[in-house]
Design a protein around this ligand. Structure first.
Ligand code: SF4
Length: 378
């Protein structure tokens, strides 16, 4: 094992975790369970139709039991991929006992445009709180998709309506989100100004809540390698040239910390009855390529040994693929990227050059802004 790998495998995932968690591997789970979405946000690449039934929710609960038996910790479950308040099957999911039991383990996160009726959103927020009643004494995380067109037009009716609905999240963390959209409205945004406005104007009643801007790289779900490269280059250029001050660390604190979401996390996606390893590229990316797929065994389920074998297989393949890229094999961040399954993603899209703003990746402590953000969100 070379020095870069040894280093990555010997350091806990953030500088701020308690010592008792230093050796704990935690699971992040992205659940593509929601079916249907009433909206068409620019730059959205999610598949809006998802098949889910009670057996899926039983299987997910069984996986969580298996991970608990194996001594894994739990971090976050993102229930998506579509607007949670407009999903057709919201009640079927949130009335299910197996699903509700997951809330004992995971922080719950979701996404919404907040364009549904106030009363419908209020009722669904109450139901979500049944799922996640005690997370750090707070609520859950909601990523609110900003309507960029209306924001840029300073549409008063939209802003007033949005602010009224935001008051419903009195216990919860709200992150304002825009999709990367290379040729559309995204390119017209002044991200620093948008972030400042949202931070200044949204003051949740609970001082303990977190807010700020997030940039969603939804394009990474696309199978179109040309499109992925175009959008990734645009995002990289914006991060390197246009995002000033501590905006990068506020928007992508986990991505720029080389230990975050690396060896001490196992990230998975469950979609359409199947389980996948999830690459972490800016955030967990639920791609369903065969390279990430973990087939069910003859018993119709999975063993921990199978999952461990899959991680080992992907690690070795990535080390081989690094030699076929233009710069990964000599890059100081290779250990981080293989831990995050970055190179498996690159190979699946036939990408041979770096698509990350790697100049921004740092050890915690090297970048005071990044560390400050870790402390704020830990
Ligand atoms: S993807 Fe970029 S940052 Fe990662 S190992 Fe390759 S060159 Fe380095």
């Amino acid at each position: 094992m070379d020095d870069r790998l040894r280093k990555a495998y010997s350091i806990p995932h953030t500088a701020t975790n308690p010592l008792r968690d230093a050796c704990l591997t935690s699971v992040n789970l992205t659940l593509d369970l929601l079916d249907g979405c009433a909206y068409h946000c620019d730059g959205c690449f999610v598949k809006r139709k998802n098949k889910v039934n009670d057996d899926d929710l039983k299987d997910i609960a069984r996986l969580v039991d298996m991970w608990e038996d194996q001594g894994f910790g739990f971090n976050e479950t993102f229930v998506g991929p579509t607007d949670i308040f407009s999903a057709d099957n919201f009640d079927a999911i949130f009335d299910n006992e197996d699903f509700l039991a997951l809330g004992e383990h995971f922080t719950f996160a979701c996404v919404s445009t907040l364009l549904d009726d106030y009363d419908k959103i209020a009722a669904r927020i109450e139901k979500i709180r049944q799922y996640s009643p005690n997370w750090r004494g707070r609520g859950f995380e909601c990523f609110v998709m900003i309507d960029i067109e209306k924001y840029l037009a300073n549409d008063t009716a939209y802003m007033v309506d949005l602010w009224q609905k935001l008051e419903l999240f009195d216990l919860d963390d709200v992150f304002f989100t825009v999709n990367v959209d290379k040729f559309g409205r995204f390119a017209q945004l002044n991200l620093a100004e948008l972030n400042k406005r949202l931070m200044d104007e949204f003051n949740p009643p609970s001082k303990d809540c977190t807010t700020g801007l997030r940039i969603n790289p939804s394009f990474l779900r696309s199978n179109n390698a040309v499109l992925v490269l175009e959008y990734a280059d645009k995002l990289r250029q914006i991060m390197l040239e246009e995002m000033e001050g501590d905006l990068v660390s506020q928007v992508y604190s986990n991505m720029i910390n080389v230990h975050a979401n690396a060896t001490t996390f196992h990230d998975y996606t469950y979609r359409n009855h199947e389980l996948y390893v999830a690459p972490f590229i800016y955030e967990d990316i639920p791609v369903t390529d065969s390279a990430f797929h973990i087939p069910r065994n003859e018993d119709g389920f999975w063993t921990q040994e199978q999952l461990d074998d899959k991680h080992r297989e992907l690690f070795l393949k990535q080390m081989e693929y690094a030699e076929r890229t233009s710069e990964c094999s000599t890059c100081p961040h290779l250990a981080t990227c293989t831990s995050r399954h970055m190179l498996t993603y690159m190979e699946s899209r036939h990408i041979g050059k770096c698509i990350l703003p790697k100049e921004l990746l740092t050890e915690p402590g090297e970048n005071a802004n990044a560390l400050a953000q870790c402390v704020r969100t830990a």
